[in-house]
Design a binder for this molecule. Structure first.
Ligand code: S3P
Length: 446
């Protein structure tokens, strides 16, 4: 089953100077959570700046199916939640389309309820491992009534009468797993503890605290985070202003760096330190990125980014940085293809279980477009061509992965020959305005 009936190829040609001021859509991670926590909290939650991409709209549908009232009023989303512990049994399977975050977090949110929930998704989501979320849920007493081989979707869950709070050490660097366990803990009496040896994006912790959950985070002497959540507490609706998504801003940032004589401003981008690894890396590569108008926007820092064409140099990207830029490696690889020298990216094991095997998809896309790279088990090395000579001319297989499609369309903007991506339809999952916004800056897409 695919969310997209037919694939829609797109072509990208070398462009001249890019210019303009844009706002990218709202952060996907925060948008999913705003929908979920608003749906669960008692009273009204008002969300502005929500990402209205397919992934988040599917989360909204799932929350409606479990009792929340959600409607759009102009630019605001109004959510009347059910109250913690009061989700209703959905009558039909919850279809999450392409969305790993929507499905995995909802498994935590609803899985511990004494009811049946069925989770389905598209061909990409149905290949992704769900055992990483099902394992801790099983410990809490959740029955996995049905799953495809390897704990894959479609998955049917039934929660216990009374879920058991657990202490869970997250075995991989995954904010989705951390979040699923914490959300399951909301419906378990007592304290659920998540031990996070490697810090990942902390939106769940921050936002749950904002909705009134009793949650505390302690970082021990060795940097390991201990997140404790008191279950069965009250969550209260609130206003959420979603800042621009740094993972979407990544595309116009890299485009402005590699297209000649460009100057692009991207306003209101989330600057949470667990999300700024790409900007840090690009600056190390010599990128002219100026952060202006830094401000606090409802508990998260945001800034306007002024990006100018730059001569980039290859760098070594340390594995510890991977969790803070995990979704940005495909477009970083594109930047590296136009940098002087070699860029080595390590600690990429999680890239293999994204919307596609992103490590392989990026390496094949670079190779077919004449870029020099080496794919390791969990690493990627790219040797760049600053003039873009010999680059391009290939058709990239996107494997239902929005970030692969957007990355290679950006690559075409500085390549000698045009680049084709086999499908652009799934870009709508996270950045529906991408084609138009980039064209408005000067991109030659078709
Ligand atoms: C996300 C966590 C990351 C990221 C995804 C969004 C989240 O996934 O890749 O796009 O909102 O929690 P993992 O937890 O699998 O690393």
């Amino acid at each position: 089953m695919s969310s997209f009936a037919t694939s829609l190829p797109a072509h990208s040609r070398r462009t001249g100077a890019l210019s303009g001021t844009i706002r990218v859509p709202g952060d996907k991670s925060i948008s999913h959570r705003a929908m979920m926590f608003g749906a669960l909290a008692a009273g009204r939650t008002t969300v502005t700046g929500l990402l209205e991409g397919e992934d988040v709209l599917r989360t909204a549908e799932a929350m409606r199916a479990m009792g929340a009232r959600i409607e759009k009023d102009g630019t605001r989303w109004l959510i009347d939640g059910v109250g913690n512990g009061c989700l209703l049994e959905p009558e039909a399977p919850l279809d999450f389309g392409n969305a790993g975050t929507g499905s995995r977090l909802t498994m935590g949110l609803a899985g511990t309820y004494d009811m049946k929930t069925v989770f389905v998704g598209d061909a990409s989501l149905s290949k992704r491992p769900m055992g990483r979320v099902l394992d801790p849920l099983r410990e809490m007493g959740v029955q996995v009534l049905d799953a495809a081989p390897g704990d894959r979707m479609p998955i049917t869950l039934h929660g216990p009468r009374r879920a058991a709070p657990i202490t869970y050490r997250v075995p991989m660097a995954s904010a989705q797993v951390k979040s699923a366990v914490l959300l399951a803990g909301l419906n378990a009496p007592g304290v659920t503890t998540v031990i996070e040896p490697v810090m990942t994006r902390d939106h769940t912790e921050k936002m749950l605290a904002g909705f009134g959950a009793a949650i505390e985070v302690e970082t021990d002497g060795s940097g390991v985070r201990h997140i404790r959540l008191e279950g069965r507490g009250k969550l209260i609706g609130r206003d959420v202003a979603v800042p621009g998504d740094p993972s979407s801003a990544a595309f116009p940032i890299v485009a402005a760096l590699i297209a000649p004589r460009s100057a692009v401003t991207i306003e209101n981008v989330l600057m949470n330190p667990t999300r700024t690894g790409l900007i840090e890396t690009l600056m190390e590569m010599g990128a002219a990125i100026e952060l202006t108008n830094r401000r606090d926007a409802g508990g998260e820092e945001t800034a306007d980014l002024v990006v100018k064409s730059s001569r980039l140099r290859g760098v070594h990207v340390p594995p510890e940085r991977a969790p803070f830029m995990i979704d940005e490696y495909p477009v970083l690889a594109v930047a590296a293809a136009f940098a002087e020298g070699e860029t080595v990216m390590e600690g990429l094991e999680e890239l293999r279980v994204k919307e596609s095997d992103r490590l392989a998809a990026v390496a094949r896309g670079l190779e077919i477009n004449g870029a020099d790279c080496t794919e390791g088990e969990a690493s990627l090395t790219v040797r760049g061509r600053p003039d873009g000579k010999g680059i391009g001319g290939g058709t990239v297989e996107t494997h239902l992965d929005h970030r692969i499609a957007m990355s290679f369309l950006v690559m075409g903007m500085a390549a000698e020959k045009p680049i084709t991506v086999d499908d652009r339809s799934m870009i709508a999952t996270s950045f529906p305005e991408f084609m138009d916004m980039m064209t408005g800056l000067g991109a030659d897409f078709e």
